[in-house]
Design a protein around this ligand. Structure first.
Ligand SMILES: Nc1ncnc2c1ncn2[C@@H]1O[C@H](COP(=O)(O)OP(=O)(O)O)[C@@H](O)[C@H]1O
Ligand SMILES: [Mg+2]
Length: 240
């Protein structure tokens, strides 16, 4: 599904919280059909980067081009309409709505309710189908994370952004979440994913960037990063 068309082009981005610079000039590209991962320790600026791309934070300098549109100063809701969907860190589901109602909320940019997409999501995330009438607030953490992903893909975005989908989950659930993301990517959807679980993320991704205190220090294909001694030591828990 991958081709050479650039879907997301982030150039020399700078983002600050008040006087504190969190992102200090990062550039990255995501091609159509690719899965790209951003790795980095806690506080490196991964969430800040994703939030700036999806318009939740504004950059001080730099530009963001998405699907040939300059979205550097575009409000978040207009970026959603252009086909970008951001599943934020921490599972933000509507606790008093059912699983199915939560999924339908994700389709609000669509004109009609898309039964086919709903069935596709239930196919990829069968646990959601079993629990379609259950209130989202009563789901386990892992199930809520599945729901957050399901909701993010309900609008069939061109770019799906995932911020730490496996955070705090039991290994068995991490496995099924990664399997679901793989199926989403295989459907042709472009994915930008941030993960603490570097090895799993690199196995899923085509390419990756490593962020350290607001700057990109390494980039390459997943294979290059998996084989890099520096990456192995810092992120994959291997010592040389
Ligand atoms: N709302 C905020 N106000 C001030 N500083 C923040 C805020 N959010 C994040 N930061 C700071 O920005 C840096 C990057 O944070 P973040 O993007 O959340 O990192 P990551 O997602 O890689 O853990 C950190 O030093 C963090 O303390
Ligand atoms: Mg984060």
């Amino acid at each position: 599904m991958q081709n050479d068309e650039i879907l997301l082009d982030v150039r020399d981005l700078h983002v600050s919280y008040g006087a504190i610079a969190a992102i200090k000039g990062i550039s990255l590209k995501v091609k159509k059909g690719e899965v790209v991962t951003i790795l980095g320790a806690n506080g490196a600026g991964k969430t800040t980067t994703l939030k700036t791309i999806s318009g939740l934070l504004k950059s001080k300098e730099g530009s963001i081009i998405f699907d040939k549109n300059d979205i550097t100063n575009t409000p978040a809701h207009d970026i959603v309409s252009l086909g970008m969907s951001h599943s934020p860190e921490g599972r933000r589901v509507f606790g008093t709505l059912s699983v199915e109602e939560n999924l339908m909320m994700g389709a609000y940019t669509l004109k009609s309710h898309d039964k086919e997409t709903l069935e596709w999501i239930y196919d990829i995330l069968p646990r959601l189908k079993e629990r379609q009438k259950q209130l989202a607030g009563t789901l386990s953490g892992g199930e809520q994370q599945m729901l957050a992903i399901g909701r993010a893909i309900m609008s069939k975005p061109k770019l799906l952004i995932l911020d730490e989908p496996s955070l705090g989950l039991a290994p068995i659930l991490i496995k099924s979440i990664f399997k679901a993301i793989k199926e989403i990517a295989q459907s042709g959807m472009t994915v930008l994913i941030v993960e603490q679980n570097a090895k799993a993320a690199l196995k899923l991704a085509n390419r990756g960037y490593v962020l350290e205190v607001g700057k990109i220090t390494h980039e390459g294909t997943s294979e290059e990063l998996l084989n890099s001694e520096a990456i192995q030591e810092a992120y994959l828990g291997k010592k040389h």
